[in-house]
Design a protein around this ligand. Sequence first.
Ligand code: ADP
Ligand code: ADP
Ligand code: ZN
Ligand code: ZN
Length: 845
Amino acid sequence: AKPTNLSTSSDSQGFVRVRGAREHNLKNVDVDIPRDALVVFTGVSGSGKSSLAFGTLYAEAQRRYLESVSPYARRLFHQMAVPEVTSIDGLPPAVALQQQRGAPSTRSSVGSVTTLSNLLRMLYSRAGDYPAGQGIIYAEAFSPNTAEGACPTCHGLGRVYEVTEQSMVPDPSLTIRERAIAAWPQAWGGQNQRDILVSMGYDVDTPWRDLPQKDRDWILFTEEQPVLPVYPGYSPQETQRAIKRREQPNYMGTFTGVKRHVLHTFATTHSPLMKKRVAQYMLSSDCPTCQGKRLRPESLSVMFAGIDIADMSRLPLKRLASLLEPFARGTARKQVHDAEHPEQAIVARRIAEDLAARLAVLLDLGLGYLSLERSTPTLSPGELQRLRLATQLYSNLFGVVYVLDEPSAGLHPADTEALLTALAGLKDAGNSLFVVEHDLDVIRKADWLVDVGPAAGEKGGHVLYSGPPEGLKQIEESQTRRHLFADAEVALASREPRTPTGWLHLAGVTRNNLDQLDAEFPLGVFTTVTGVSGSGKSSLVSQVLVELVAEHLGQEVSFEEEDADALDQPAPVTLGGQITSGMEGIKRLVRVDQKPIGRTPRSNMATYTGLFDHVRKLFAATPAARKRRYDAGRFSFNVAKGRCENCQGEGFVMVELLFLPSVYAPCPVCHGARYNAQTLEIQYRDKNIAEVLGLTVDDAWEFFAEEPPVHRALTVLREVGLGYLRLGQPATELSGGEAQRIKLATELQRIGRGNTLYILDEPTTGLHPSDVEKLLVQLDGLVEAGNTVIVVEHDMRVVAGSDWVIDIGPGAGEEGGRVVVAGPPAKVAKARESSTAPYLRAFLD
Ligand code: ADP
Ligand code: ADP
Ligand code: ZN
Ligand code: ZN
């Protein structure tokens, strides 16, 4: 494709000039930022980097772009608020490659995000080998999401669902009254069905297995829906008498067979939880027609290089690239005689060339272990960001500014080098890069630094420095400077590794790329698990280890709404593994992940950590509140008596606009306070409840100094580096890293436990090196208190300071999945085969 220049600004001598930026905590900032350069925004978490890069620069670029398009097109965009800034000159159009905050993305796959699937379908349609006599098939018919392509048996799902007596009635020793029919709805719905059976004269007090088969079959499998009088609360005898006497029933009820109920609910419910509930009573298996490949037989009969498109989409990208390479170079011998179909050979070469070029970019970014069919909800945010980056890399735009959010997240140092090469490619093509980043290796590669600080929240929001990296050396106030120019790279805790108190042994672990793996985790110490992206760290630690330990403890693996997405995914084909010893040393499992702490503005840090309960009690105990008989519930914005009724305690109301997406505006009644006027009259010391929710953790820590339970919770929040957050900051505004630290703080304030296994996935994501130090102090405290901490981590300073390292690899996907080396950091640093060793060495001795 021909390169497209989107830049319109030839003025300002190559600089973007920002004047008077005041978004969030920014203090009326003036700053000049060069275009056509790699600019890195640095500063402690909460200092205002994102408010400048995304909240101001990107938001303004988007606003200008939207002004230039038709109102119709405008509606298609997710609109950002207009930034608080006086002026910005010289700003090119911007593309944001942000990590998701909160809401999960819509369902898609690696192939659709990168548009590679479209190309592959075209390849099969135009250049595939068709069975003799079959006409050509259009590209759409190679997609299971179209009517032309979907397998007619499973409608493109790849799986078929059925129910059996066993699946719907797992325990036949129970009677119907004792809920033998587990698949029935809980509570009233199930009772209603039972009462109807009673009206029909069925026996609901005999164990299920002793009922006549004919009755059992009818109850489970009938398609009839008889309507009968219902007398709730009557015994079977009373019911029969009432029917005989034609007594007026309570209501008329419709019976639905159990199978019909389960299948109908599964197919039509909009509630993921409901879907998950009924799915328990169904058996699912690969579709017999398409064997799980989701396409109709005609589409699967077309081959390229000897395999069908479904198998092609399951190959790791690296293998796909080498398979296509001979076609791209024109050296492949196709099965169909090229001489007979010269046009087909030319088409194959064109498309294969295009595919190969795009695949090369993905391989360069270290994503060769993914397959096209892999669904995006199973990818980490970092992997998704790199996929979208790759798509930009071959889109041939120039004159654009790319705004990125911590692109190194989830990357092993070896992968970070590849990322930097890709970013350099975008810059050389004539683009600007604005990157928010904590990774020192990336910061060192910048052409220009914008350091924001000095601290977080109210104590930040100033640009301390804007210029080439060396100049930061002179800026005493900068926290970044201390880490960037440290004399030597030092481990965060240079001490003798602790001795494990025991070992947890896992055997025969089989999951994703792990095959019959044995692994052992030391107890009572701090372990880091390392390896390149895709080597199998998450499969081993966040999946298998968590599931096996939870199962042993009889603990539910958290059952959250978003997991319902996993339903549509086939379970991993190969599953296996067990704990062979060591569980006696573990009494509890705590997983601290980066999932959001809530999806509505109704949950926030204060409610999640439980500290708001104490605060509400303090308000209820004030003399004024007692005089009016206000209890603690009065001070909750989720309870009718105390909250503002106009906005129902949200503080915001939705405003419908004619051509634009609806926006939220502060509630005109409470002006965002969320409470009604009477509630706000009550003050604890000199603040009302809304003012308390507006305090930052740091300010609240001083305000509540005399209240031990509140003070302790706040102390821990400060210690994990969250002192800048406001107590009432809605969960929807928190980043994944902030959510993880809130969870960690919530755990840390439960004092006096031991024998707990803590599992964390890359807890340093989003953390400035200074914040990493604080986090480590906390994790160290957990170990000192008799617990075990296992962390998946890429930051070599953290790895160097751990007691034990398990390095997975050596490569990604098929080339990984083994324990390359395990031992104290000093031992791992010397391992020859380990891709981690060279990076770790720099932090030791
Ligand atoms: P950084 O990117 O340096 O971590 P941010 O720019 O995200 O910092 O945050 C700077 C300050 O602005 C913090 O005090 C943060 O709590 C606040 N903030 C961030 N997002 C929002 C928002 N959507 N609404 C209000 N305040 C916010
Ligand atoms: P890491 O945590 O080291 O980055 P992962 O455990 O996520 O590695 O991935 C290891 C391998 O397993 C990779 O080849 C990856 O593509 C594959 N994989 C991981 N999760 C899934 C999944 N949900 N479905 C299919 N493959 C997966
Ligand atoms: Zn099928
Ligand atoms: Zn209101």
